[in-house]
Design a protein around this ligand. Structure first.
Ligand code: HEC
Ligand code: HEC
Ligand code: HEC
Ligand code: HEC
Length: 127
């Protein structure tokens, strides 16, 4: 019974923090979208009916047309070329843009981020 104490500890953790087991599942739920992001015509030209067409402006000018400045502490350069490949963080012609970090269509982790903030930065900035 070398591992008996580990099993007992795991059991105790499950008893104390049952939510932790399902944390991965909960993370995938989308949070509510801000009004401007539910309105397709904020960013897309509407060509036929209500079908969204091409973007009204190229990135990042599109986002900056409403967000004149990135106010947050996470103010980050765009147009720079990351050295490390970043799966799930799309680039624009190889360069960082607003939608590298922000998903314009889903709000999974708050602030439309593609990853939780604690995980996002270290994808490219390895410690
Ligand atoms: C905040 C700006 C924004 C809003 C609002 C927005 N989109 Fe987009 N959408 C984008 C961007 C940016 C792209 C990526 C296009 C690119 O990089 O060429 C995109 C791409 C798409 C695509 C192409 C497939 C894809 O996912 O890349 C579809 C379809 C689409 N949007 C549908 C919609 C619909 C439907 C709505 C309204 C419910 C909407 N969009 C609202 C910014 C937006
Ligand atoms: C037509 C104007 C408009 C455009 C274009 C636009 N936004 Fe926004 N955005 C807003 C407004 C207004 C808010 C404040 C919340 C709301 O009322 O929708 C907002 C909120 C946000 C937020 C904060 C969300 C939160 O939950 O705190 C982020 C992040 C964001 N926008 C990113 C972007 C990105 C990235 C683009 C380009 C792909 C973009 N926005 C394009 C108007 C715009
Ligand atoms: C390297 C990743 C990254 C890039 C690139 C990035 N952002 Fe952000 N953005 C963040 C993070 C992280 C936050 C902070 C969220 C928080 O504080 O809760 C944020 C917050 C925001 C917010 C909401 C709070 C605020 O500052 O007003 C808006 C709007 C926003 N970003 C727009 C943009 C726009 C527009 C661009 C492109 C010019 C952009 N972001 C590029 C990571 C990024
Ligand atoms: C997709 C890759 C990527 C992600 C994700 C990313 N960065 Fe960066 N970051 C870069 C690149 C590329 C540069 C510019 C080249 C360099 O200085 O390494 C940069 C530069 C910086 C700088 C220097 C800014 C300056 O003006 O010189 C800081 C600080 C920074 N990042 C912080 C962050 C933080 C905080 C986050 C998370 C919110 C983050 N980064 C997420 C790729 C990324």
């Amino acid at each position: 019974m070398r591992y008996g104490w580990m099993i007992a500890l795991a059991g105790l953790c499950l008893f104390l923090f049952p939510g932790a087991v399902f944390a991965g599942e909960q993370r995938r739920e989308d949070g509510p979208m801000p009004a401007s992001k539910r309105e397709c015509s904020s960013c897309h030209r509407i060509v036929t009916g209500n079908q969204p067409g091409p973007l009204k402006q190229p990135l990042p000018a599109l986002c900056l047309s409403c967000h004149t400045a990135h106010q947050s502490l996470a103010n980050h350069p765009t147009g720079v070329i990351p050295q490390n490949p970043a799966p799930g963080l799309p680039l624009d012609q190889g360069r960082l843009t607003c939608t590298t970090c922000h998903d314009p269509h889903r709000n999974r982790f708050g602030a439309l981020l593609r990853l939780p903030q604690t995980e996002l930065c270290v994808v490219c900035h390895r410690l």
